[in-house]
Design a protein around this ligand. Structure first.
Ligand code: NDP
Length: 434
């Protein structure tokens, strides 16, 4: 903390992981040798740069760009780019640290990284977004490569932005090597990549429920967010028979007691993805209750799927969910629950899956996209989905192995942290000090 006094999100993520790791490391002290823990929390490289671009009025604009190359212990740096006004070093360092453990859990050979900019895509024209992405790549391209660092999307970075960045990367490097994942299907993208994080989160929650003899069928489910992860979590939960009652954005929450159906989901996707519109428009279209400024957690549900952003579910929200009898919480977003909220779920024996386990499906399919690009092949939807499902089951198993505590209750937080750590730590030990 003395080294990074102004990085609260990074401190929070490190603290959460260390609380899980400490008892494990005490039992296995070789994991504390050679400053291994100190090395694990220090990014291998942090790049910060200026991005200058011109808006539609011809005015010069300046933003800040970052890439955190956190760990290459088990493969090339890998992790998304986030465009949001809140982006800063602390948030990206927390995300890159979490990504390192998450990528380890996927079983695929990927290190951890994250990047982004404080650029706000909201309200910008396509031409402005394109000029911004190209300006960003003028610096970032020199730090990327298929065996060095492979970015992808995240908040504010979807297919449009990845396309603009990948296009500029090709131009600057004179190479079509795969240095972004989440690409369009016409230039090397993988089927199921857009769906992967949301589907994977629901597959993971399904495994947790199955282990205690339950299923999604007939369950009341709340989802927060209405972006990429939220949309496909809703689709898969519905397909498994759940009633999805909420959806939200940064302005408010829609509560829909009748639950989502196919028609509503198609309309939501159209409003959010094609029109880049807001949720109050969606609520008006279907005559649904819209709660301005509210989050979804006061609505009684069996399963909660936070899919928006970090620290969107606080201790009081966790207490409300617990009082209302929530059975399971699976994080589609990264660190949506605060540390206090996570501890409250575990103390109340709620099945609680941290994002690094439950949302790893996105980066897993990114790993599969890299494999397809290297082989110059495209797999079918079924093939990718089957592999995604198998990976999520394996991650669940691995969490159970390391997170099994007393009376059959699985502490998935400990399980994910320890399972992710062991592989990275072994790889670091075997490669020596560098
Ligand atoms: P999108 O940009 O598609 O959607 C983000 C959603 O979260 C939007 O509904 C947005 O609302 C809401 N949101 C963003 N910031 C805030 C905020 N400060 N307060 C309240 N709501 C907010 O992003 P994704 O769906 O891709 O990402 C969502 C989460 O999932 C992030 O935590 C991301 O890191 C994580 N994740 C994403 C993966 C992926 O494959 N995309 C992989 C693994 C994790 P609004 O529309 O108002 O901005």
């Amino acid at each position: 903390a003395a080294r990074d006094p102004q990085q609260p999100e990074f401190m929070q993520a490190v603290q959460e992981v260390m609380l899980s790791l400490w008892p494990f490391v005490e039992k296995h002290p070789h994991y504390a040798e050679h400053a291994l823990l100190e090395r694990l929390v220090e990014p291998e490289r942090v790049i910060q740069f200026r991005i200058c671009w011109t808006d539609d009025q011809g005015r010069a604009q300046v933003n800040r760009g970052f890439r955190i190359q956190h760990s290459s212990a088990i493969g090339p740096f890998k992790g998304g780019m986030r465009f949001h006004p809140s982006v800063n070093l602390s948030i990206l360092k927390f995300l890159a640290f979490e990504q390192t453990l998450k990528n380890s859990l996927t079983t695929l050979p990927m290190g951890g990284g994250k990047g982004g900019s404080d650029f706000d895509p909201k309200g910008k024209s396509d031409a402005e977004v394109m000029r911004f992405c190209q300006a960003l790549m003028i610096e970032l391209y020199r730090h990327l490569g298929p065996d060095t660092d492979v970015p992808a999307g995240d908040i504010g970075v979807g297919a449009r932005e990845v396309g603009f960045m990948a296009g500029m990367m090709k131009k600057l490097s004179n190479s079509t090597a795969s240095v972004f994942t989440g690409k369009g299907l016409t230039f090397g993208g993988s089927l199921i990549r857009p769906e992967a994080t949301g589907y994977g989160t629901v597959y993971f929650a399904e495994e947790m429920l199955k282990r205690v003899g339950k299923s999604f069928d007939g369950m009341r489910v709340s989802v927060s967010g209405s972006g990429n992860v939220a949309q496909y979590a809703i689709e898969k939960a519905m397909a498994l028979g759940a009633r999805v009652i909420t959806v939200s954005d940064s302005n408010g929450t829609v509560v829909d007691e009748a639950g989502f159906n196919h028609e509503k989901l198609v309309a939501l996707m159209h409003i959010k993805n094609d029109l880049r519109g807001r949720l109050d428009t969606y609520a008006r279209q279907f005559g649904l209750q819209y709660e301005a400024g509210k989050r979804p957690w006061h609505v009684p549900v069996d399963v909660a799927l936070p899919c928006a952003t970090q620290n969107e579910l606080e201790l009081s929200d966790a207490q409300t969910l617990i009082k209302n009898g929530v059975l399971a919480v699976a994080e589609g977003a990264n660190m949506p629950a605060t540390l206090d909220a996570a501890k409250a779920f575990i103390a109340a024996r709620v099945l609680y899956a941290p994002g690094k386990a439950s949302n790893a499906g996105g980066v897993a399919v990114s790993g599969l996209e890299m494999a397809q690009n290297s082989a110059r092949l495209s797999w079918t939807r079924e093939e990718v989905d089957t592999r995604l499902h198998a990976i999520m089951r394996d991650i669940h198993e691995n969490c159970v192995r390391h997170g099994h505590s007393e009376r059959e209750y699985v502490n998935y937080l400990d399980g994910a942290n320890i399972a992710g750590f062991v592989k990275v730590a072994d790889a670091m030990r075997q490669q020596g000090l560098y």
